[in-house]
Design a protein around this ligand. Structure first.
Ligand SMILES: Cc1ncc(COP(=O)(O)O)c(C=O)c1O
Length: 382
């Protein structure tokens, strides 16, 4: 593989061999003319395959180091299609603070089809191994996990899974293949909400999955076509375009994040900072081993006397919004937004408190982001 900075631009299918266009064209078509019965060009119907989507799928497979990539209409469509590989009676173990939507689809949809789940602390390898009963068929982890940025040792979890003959699935949304490549660490399947850093501009919703094994690739290709939540050609084009600049964006995102995390850590108003790039963070050493840096997501809590409603209201530059990973800084309140679908007792148990603030650090000048946050903290002083 070339250096990943180069693969981001030239991986997969580079440009258009037919015309020499440096960009993959948008094949905005649902179907393809066939010369005669059984004589097609290799393209039959765009749910099954579309050249723009295929270029994106080849690109993400190259970037994650897998045998095949799959593009979906959203991150949840990618996760749901992967979960459709399992059968009635199977159980999936999920990390204790995965994205709320992952919990919700297991709890409210897949459970109805007889697929069970358990929530476990995947950072604790000893207890994790003891939770793998004979019905467990996969471990589904995020590292760093959303929203507490807890770090799970991906290689160690994958090793346990392999020994027990089950799959490791990693949601790599927060890191992207530029910062972390789970398949190289032993995982079997990677999923992404490409809506976030891969797209990078808060202008599309998309999901991706990459697999390491040919037989799983065949099953996922079948399920992708059968269930049909595919990404359209225009969004595939936008995503290829976003991915080209991933390394320069993330370098700036993560420099800014480290700077802000260090700044917040020193503020008296801040009770706790969660950022895997700080040496004081849980899992700092493991994250350093498996990822390029701490990423660009920070969560923090203010001291009790601060009113977080006033904090959110007072922000001027940083937008209060769902989502993350765009070039602009966004802030959210996990308890009532991204993780509202998780019941309060479970949220409290895993540490997603009502005072938790999650910041997606953008690529603005870092000083401007800090000025905005400091002013909002001041306004939040009761
Ligand atoms: C870590 C993570 N995984 C999956 C998803 C779901 O992705 P989408 O919103 O594209 O369906 C999200 C969305 O916020 C996320 O943060």
């Amino acid at each position: 593989m070339k250096n990943i900075e180069t693969t981001l631009l030239h991986g997969g299918i580079d440009g258009d061999s037919f015309t020499g266009a440096v960009n993959v064209p948008i094949y905005q078509t649902s179907t393809y003319r066939q010369a005669g019965l059984g004589e097609n060009t290799g393209w039959e119907y765009s749910r099954t395959g579309n050249p723009t989507r295929a270029a994106l799928e080849a690109l993400i497979a190259d970037l994650e180091g897998g045998v095949a990539g799959f593009a979906f209409a959203s991150g949840m469509a990618a996760t749901s299609t992967v979960l459709s590989l399992f059968n009635k009676g199977d159980r999936i173990i999920i990390s204790s603070n995965v994205y709320g939507g992952t919990f919700r689809v297991l709890d409210k949809v897949f459970k109805n089809f007889g697929i069970e789940y358990s929530i476990e602390d995947t950072t604790n390898l000893e207890t994790l191994e003891s939770k793998i009963t004979s019905d467990v068929k996969a471990l589904f982890i995020e590292s760093p996990a959303n929203p507490l940025l807890t770090v799970t040792d991906i290689a160690a979890v994958a090793e346990i899974a392999k020994r027990r003959g089950i799959l490791t699935i990693v949601d790599n949304t927060f890191m992207t293949p530029y910062l972390q490549r789970p398949l190289e660490l032993g995982a079997d399947i990677v999923v992404h909400s490409a809506t976030k850093y891969l797209g990078g501009h808060s202008d599309l919703v998309a999901g991706l999955a990459v697999v390491k094994d040919k037989s799983i690739a065949e099953r996922l290709a079948f399920t992708q076509n059968a269930t049909g939540a595919v990404l359209g050609p225009f969004d595939s084009f936008l995503l290829i375009r976003g991915i080209k600049t991933l390394s320069v964006r993330l370098d700036r995102h993560t420099d800014n994040a480290l700077h802000i995390a260090r700044y917040l850590e020193k503020l008296e108003a801040v009770k706790k900072v969660y950022y895997p790039g700080l040496p004081t963070a849980q899992g700092y050493e493991i994250n350093k081993k498996q990822a390029k840096n701490g990423g660009a997501m920070i969560s923090f809590e203010l001291q009790e006397k601060y009113d977080i409603r006033k904090f959110f209201k007072a922000l001027r530059l940083v937008s209060l919004a769902e989502s993350l990973g765009g070039v602009e800084s966004l802030v959210c309140h996990p308890a009532t937004m991204t993780h509202a679908s998780i019941p309060k007792d479970i949220r409290d148990k895993v540490g997603i408190t009502d005072g938790l603030i999650r910041l997606s650090v953008g690529i603005e000048k870092v000083d401007d982001i800090i000025v905005d946050i400091v002013a909002a903290i001041k306004a939040a002083e009761a």
